[in-house]
Design a protein around this ligand. Structure first.
Ligand SMILES: Cc1ncc(COP(=O)(O)O)c(C=O)c1O
Length: 357
């Protein structure tokens, strides 16, 4: 007798990070867009101090963290929810808003989690091609039907690193029906300094109740291994998601570290400074080897390599660099890599140059 497995779940891929061949030394992981500076030192200190309390369950409401985030973004704590990484929110939103056969809309060339989690709940995923490596919000608005339950917009976009101009975002929100939730995933928004960057929270404050903002402690705060993400949304959305989530989804140490990291503006400043130096380094160096790098506002970069991305990613893996081939992400002929330390970046460019010459 077979077990009642659902076919759309059984057909999902198991997440498998690329593994370098045996014997490759000093592997540099440039595939997950982590912070090469490491975690906030204040967070590390707070973690040591909290270690002796892990026999206790965490605060199920993450109250302290919520209060600080609410004050930082000038909203009420009732507008904030916490989860086990922003990724958990993608699942929670799909689980709680989408029925089998419903539609979700995303860009073809955006974060793969939307596709996987929506597929998991039996949704039909409508993927709208990117335009000049950016979300085509006009086409996405036109794709909305009465079966649309969620629209995912990634800003800045993973994997292209591009930002949606404020005006385009505002026009889009004016067009989307008020009963269609728009999820704006801002996992990398801290890196979009000096950009024409749409202020989602301001729009929420102005009463855009179908807007749901997702953010992460995994990137600029350097806490990817602890898993903390937050949502800013209307009170009704937050109240609903609070009912859908497991009570202890943000563990005790994660809460402590996130709180300390929020108070470590020096770590954020240094991270952004290092990131900007890496960004300029790669623009320069990749142009010198004749590669077009897509202008990025994140801690990673996508590059047109003019051949299947796997043909570049595989030999780089043999040289000890884990990167992402974007062929399966709707961007054939492209790779994406995260910025590493200056030494890692130099070694990476040298390997790429050797490989492509
Ligand atoms: C666009 C985007 N959203 C969400 C996430 C997941 O963030 P978290 O680590 O908070 O789950 C990532 C992680 O790489 C991402 O690239």
């Amino acid at each position: 007798m077979s077990l009642p497995f659902k076919s759309h779940i059984a057909g999902l891929p198991v997440y498998q990070p690329p593994v370098p061949p045996a014997g490759v030394q000093n592997v540099v992981d440039m595939s997950s867009n982590e912070n090469p500076l490491g975690p906030s030192p204040k967070a590390v200190q707070a973690l040591y101090s909290a270690m002796g309390t892990v026999h206790r369950y965490p605060d199920a409401s993450s109250a302290a963290l919520k209060t600080v985030l609410a004050a930082k973004w000038d909203v009420s704590p009732a507008n904030v929810a916490l989860a086990n990484g922003a990724d958990e929110f993608v699942l929670l939103l799909c689980l709680s808003l989408v029925e089998p056969g419903d539609e979700i809309i995303m860009a073809h060339g955006s974060f793969i989690s939307y596709l996987l989690r929506a597929t998991e709940v039996g949704a039909r995923v409508v993927r709208v091609p990117l335009k000049a490596y950016t979300h085509d919000l006009e086409a996405m608005a036109q794709a909305i039907t009465d079966r649309t339950r969620l629209v995912f917009v990634c800003n800045p976009n993973n994997p292209t690193g591009t930002v949606i101009p404020t005006r385009a975002f505002e026009t889009f929100l004016d067009e989307v029906p008020a009963n269609v939730p728009v999820v704006v995933d801002e996992a990398y928004f801290e890196y979009a300094v000096d950009a024409d960057f749409f202020s989602s929270v301001e729009r929420l404050r102005a009463g855009q109740d179908n807007l749901i903002v997702l953010r992460s402690f995994s990137k600029v705060y350097g806490l990817a291994g602890l898993r903390v993400g937050y949502m800013v949304a209307s009170e009704a959305v937050i109240d609903y998601i609070e009912r859908a989530r497991p009570p202890f989804n943000v563990n005790r140490l994660a809460q402590v570290a996130a709180l300390a990291a929020l108070g470590d503006s020096e770590h954020v400043r240094r991270s952004l400074e290092a990131n900007e130096a890496a960004r300029q380094f790669f623009y320069r160096e990749l142009a010198a080897i004749g590669l077009y790098s897509i202008p990025t506002r994140t801690n990673f970069m996508a590059v047109d390599v003019g051949r299947p991305g796997t043909e570049v990613a595989r030999p780089l893996l043999e040289r000890g660099f884990i990167i992402t081939a974007l062929d399966g992400w709707g961007l054939p002929g492209h790779i994406r890599f995260s910025f590493g330390t200056p030494e890692e970046n130099q070694a990476f460019v040298a390997a790429l140059r050797e490989l492509l010459s």
